[in-house]
Design a protein around this ligand. Structure first.
Ligand SMILES: NC(=O)c1ccc[n+]([C@@H]2O[C@H](COP(=O)([O-])OP(=O)(O)OC[C@H]3O[C@@H](n4cnc5c(N)ncnc54)[C@H](OP(=O)(O)O)[C@@H]3O)[C@@H](O)[C@H]2O)c1
Length: 382
């Protein structure tokens, strides 16, 4: 049995990870980590009986210590200490946003087996993390469904890769005219047609920023340049991505849209575990593929541009600004259309050099978040 630490256990991916682990007997959940969902965390602690628990919000620790005196608790500054524990074999990073960047670094630094859902890690720190992973001989196994699909399609064929075909659902506004974007509400944006996910990634799917992040993520994971990644809108969400090989063959991975599948692959590969949710190609009938509308989804175009400038820290800018904008949009403090306006402004104002190390990069993320708040304030005043 391997001892696994689940970062983000209370979230959408984290809960799916726990369900998948319960299907087999390969893993013992030795640790969980969450931010503030204390009710869910208590429920998980009672069920899973972990040895270690990380709590993002300090104020909950004393309450939890009283309830579970036999558990070793960790707070924000002790993440490195937790991940370094000798009895942790495997780390799953399903934190959301920039909170996930440092844990990815520690997991690779301490040479743990590592599966990554937190796409922001590679968007912001792709260069640092992939270089460290290479040096420490650690494989970053993707959980994101598209990247898992690419990973699966490339098994044994890595040297023949010509191009990655990254599929996108197109989100809830694929058919909405750009003129109507002004009136998009939080409720409309949170209503994804195919995937049931956490709030941040659901809004990112509505703006297609998520697909932009995935381009950058794929670039670092599979060591390809921007010309080797094509985004294709595939509204049925059956083909989770594909690869084109040098002989012109296209190999795709198809399955029902369910995050448990890529999670299971990351945990049990090369083995497969049984799931009930099968697809029938006859029932589906037609699969469609279209070009994305870059005029309508400006953030996708912006991310493509950011990835072309890999040597600058544009991924960091995109991510930090987006994180703040999504939070404000979810609080009804800015409009849907403001998100791209604000991110664009940050990108124009702060194009800079890639920081030298992970801690500088963390500080820079905080700085850009503050700058984004200032842009939002001035927009709200005008
Ligand atoms: N959901 C999907 O289907 C999906 C698919 C592909 C990729 N991903 C990626 O996977 C990651 C997780 O997504 P999700 O949808 O599972 O998000 P989510 O439902 O919002 O869950 C996020 C998890 O991270 C924890 N967290 C948030 N901020 C934290 C902080 N500052 N410190 C410590 N923990 C913190 C949350 O704790 P609390 O619950 O206590 O707030 C929760 O456990 C994201 O990077 C996302 O892009 C998700």
């Amino acid at each position: 049995m391997e001892n696994i630490l689940i970062l983000g256990s209370t979230g959408s991916i984290g809960q799916n990870v726990i369900e998948v682990i319960k299907k087999g007997s390969k893993y013992n959940i030795i640790g969980i980590a969450f931010n503030k969902n204390i009710t869910k965390a208590i429920e998980q602690i009672e069920k899973l009986k972990p040895k270690y628990v990380y709590v993002g919000q300090l104020e909950y620790i004393s309450q939890l210590k009283n309830l579970f005196p036999y558990i070793e608790f960790f707070s924000q500054n002790e993440l490195s200490e937790l991940i370094a524990k000798n009895d942790i074999d495997f780390v799953i990073n399903a934190f959301v946003g920039s909170a996930g960047i440092l844990p990815s670094y520690y997991a690779i630094y301490y040479k743990k087996k590592f599966a990554l859902a937190n796409k922001e890690s590679l968007v912001v720190a792709g260069k640092i993390l992939t270089e460290l992973a290479k040096k420490n001989k650690i494989e970053i196994v993707p959980i994101d469904s598209e990247h898992s699909a690419i990973y699966q399609c490339l098994e044994g064929k890595r040297q023949y890769l010509k191009k990655i075909i990254l599929t996108a659902s197109g989100g809830p506004f694929r058919l909405t005219d750009k003129e109507r974007f002004e009136s998009i509400t939080k409720e409309m944006a949170l209503n994804h047609p195919k995937w049931n996910m956490g709030a941040k990634i659901t809004i990112d799917s509505a703006t297609m920023m998520n697909k932009g992040f995935e381009i950058i993520e794929a670039g670092w994971l599979f060591d390809v340049d921007s010309k080797q990644i094509e985004v294709v809108v595939h509204k049925e969400c059956i083909v989770h991505s594909a690869v084109e090989l040098i002989d012109g063959s296209i190999i795709a991975q198809m399955a029902t849209p369910d995050m448990k599948l890529p999670i299971a692959y990351a945990l049990y590969k090369p083995d497969r575990i049984e799931f009930e949710n099968k697809i029938s190609l006859i029932d589906i009938g037609t699969l469609t593929f279209e070009k994305p509308d870059l005029d309508k989804f400006e953030l996708l175009a912006l991310a493509q541009d950011a990835f072309r400038k890999k040597d600058k820290n544009c991924g960091l800018l995109l991510n930090a600004a987006d994180e703040v904008c999504v939070e404000y949009f979810l609080q009804n403090k800015i409009k849907f259309t403001d998100i791209s306006k604000i991110i664009k402004k940050i990108m124009e104002d702060f194009e800079d050099k890639m920081p030298e190390n992970i801690f500088d990069l963390q500080n820079q993320t905080q700085l850009i978040k503050k700058e984004t708040e200032k842009v939002i304030e001035s927009l709200r005043r005008s």
